[in-house]
Design a protein around this ligand. Sequence first.
Ligand SMILES: [Zn+2]
Length: 435
Amino acid sequence: MKRILVFPAILMAGLAAAQQQPAKPAPAVTRYLRCGALLQPESGKIQRNVLVTVQGERITEVREGAGAPAGAPAIDLSDRTCLPGLIDTHTHVLLQGDITAADYDEQLLKQSTAYRAILATRSVRRALEYGFTTIRDLETEGAGYADVDLKKAINNGVVPGPRMRVATRAMDVTGAYPLQGYSWEISVPHGVQVVDGPEDGRKAVREQISNGADWIKVYSDRSYFVRPDGVLDDIPTFTLDELRAIVDEAHRQHHKVASHAMALNGVHNSVEAGVDSIEHGNYIADADIKTMAQKGIFYVPTIYVGEYVAQGRAAAGAKVWLDMIRIHEETFRRALNGGVKIAFGTDAGGFDWAINPAKEFPYMVKYGMTPAQAIRSATTMAAELLGMQNEVGSIAPGKYADIVAVKGDPLADVDVLEHIDFVMKGGEVYKSPQR
Ligand SMILES: [Zn+2]
């Protein structure tokens, strides 16, 4: 069992505060962390024997070779490597794994939103314990605006979890998104808000933002198949006009757009419409890679989940998911060489939250990144995608004290990131090594 340093009394105090006022001010307690090694992702350099001073929820000082002031006990991480709290830019905390359509349908048909939200409190707690102190949750899969409520509960100290950026309901066109395949006489729920036409798109953006969406998410393609020349083709969902209207309306309100786009046309239309991130991107044409690099459109590849669902989906008759793994690797290498900004994202929730999303790191390295690049993608790069580069992503004065620690050297072996055993978020310790 892992030891969680959240005491019931603190939780109760959090509850009381949440009932009385919207946010509780963090106590301005001073804490010291003694890190045997400290990894700065931006430079890819390791500093030795570093003292990190934390006041309240922020870092105030980072000093090499310094000791804590006399009489002030430091959290001893002298046998560990400290690094900034990790950021997963593609999660679904309200989903608990969906290898097959049946897994997905069951969650939408047999579980109430209230029950799914209760399960999601476990997902966010797990994310935090794995070392992910910030996540961008890319839609609730039919659970409405429950992500907004969960984010509020975390911010109010009601339940432990990462900092969240949420996308709420997401959008797709009629006939493109589950649940599908039921009798036409039965109306079933959908995992997204169904939107047709540019004006509907604008209205949905306005609605979602007014209900608390930080990000807008669109599904840009479906029905994947490999052409004889090896290109992964698709049926695009939205027309370019529809996508442009959605992106324009979101940007007009200073919100960004994430596009689920796995293949040729979905990616191309999204890039043309000016979205801010391409999610999955199993196949991206060379011309679109060039445009992404030029315009600074991020690529969030989510590699591990592809392997996770492939066997199950192939067994259910969709062999294309096995081909997509190979195509994905080739695309990742071209995007990396083409200078596209790549942010770490896993699609956790698309696989069971009992699996540590840090499994993505070794795949990124296997596909051509250095460990330092992979770690940067989950810290400074991810922070930039979220527009949070002044708040999180590095251990520096002024930033939130979101700090994790692990035994071993992640630059030599990224696999160790699956074994993070110290987690601090906003100056509060949520997980400590067993001593
Ligand atoms: Zn997803």
